[in-house]
Design a protein around this ligand. Structure first.
Ligand code: ZN
Length: 75
């Protein structure tokens, strides 16, 4: 026979509950830092199109002054 705290009594599960209401003001103040940020953008040194920094330009295929990939033109 097993004897432990589980078998002796059916234990009540208690959850921590806040003592007071969290006001709308405090709730909203907590969220002031929670926002989306714009993605980082850089301009291509070859074609001056907007591109992601440290990435090959998807418009001309250049990276750091050298042609890295061939860009197929949609026709
Ligand atoms: Zn480019």
């Amino acid at each position: 026979m097993l004897s432990g705290p589980e078998t002796q009594k059916k234990r009540r599960i208690t959850v921590a509950l806040p003592k007071r209401k969290f006001s709308k003001s405090r709730r909203d103040k907590k969220r002031t830092h929670k926002k989306l940020s714009l993605p980082a953008m850089a301009t291509c040194s070859h074609c001056s199109q907007v591109k992601s920094p440290h990435r090959v330009c998807l418009h001309c295929g250049y990276y750091n002054g050298k042609k890295v990939i061939e860009i197929k033109k949609a026709s």
